[in-house]
Design a protein around this ligand. Sequence first.
Ligand code: SF4
Length: 345
Amino acid sequence: MSGTEQPSATRDLVSIKNLSKSFPLTKGFLEQLHFQGGRLVRKRESVKAINGVNLDVKRGEALCVVGESGCGKSTVARVVMGLLQPTAGSIEYDGQRIDNLPPDRLLPVRRKMQMIFQNPYASLNPRMTVQQTLEEPMRFHNPGIGNGELRDKVRTVMDSVGVDPSWTERFPHEFSGGQRQRISIARALMVDPEFIVADEPISALDVSIQAQVLNLMMDAMEQRSLTYLFITHDLSVVEHFGNRVAVMYLGALCELAETRTLFESPRHPYTRALISAIPKLTRERPSHIKLTGEVPTPINLPSGCFFHNRCVYANDRCKVEKPPLLQTDNGSQVACHGIEEGRID
Ligand code: SF4
């Protein structure tokens, strides 16, 4: 081990480095032609979903990524899971770069990483029984497993997620939304993963059962020493779930902080606006900050700070210079010139 290398028990489990992901817009040849300076030029446009994200997930933590719809958080989840290839940057898992691995070398790593999707109605195959659904990942990653061992494992995991193990021969349509998401979680747990990416896992569920599913995920985290990358648009969920929170805006990180620090003293103007919009029940929150200005399109990203056209603190520097993520005095990292210059508390 080199002098700078961390031992595996303490090093970050997942490292996202300088990650960018663009999606080319498929337009016909003629639609790509534009006049520029009196000349006809061909312009290929793309949606810039992720723009230079650096983020480490520590072993044993639940790191939440929050932001409005379209901010790129689900794209981050898919690139980390290898469902999309990055346009630039890299993903490391336990010190090993994985975004460029051939499928046969990726397979042992993929077994340790599982994903829970937003919609349990779409993510479960309607023609497969619960038994078949839960067996599938186990048979894929462990082809030599015996039928008896598999049956026992399915029953144990079903029991652990609160679904009656005697219902193994039922189909997804026979379950409620909350039960289906429990089955989705069971499917992820079948291969004993160490890292789970959960993409909006409760947003398709009734409010009354969201807390139950979150509690189930927290129990699984504790019992199985799991690490989560938890994607959500709902900051109020994050307050009760994650250890740290990363706030994204237009494919870039604007703040990264311990959960408590973020809620007690949000620094970035966008984070403050998001937190002020959470309905107040028991705790005092800053009065509602109403954001004005259009959300820019990720096809034509603004220059400088992506938030400048909606920020009341924007100055000339903000319009031309992209702010880096810098450590602040309360331990959070914030990408904001106003904070660096002392214009914002
Ligand atoms: Fe506002 Fe400037 Fe900070 Fe961006 S960098 S959030 S525009 S003050």
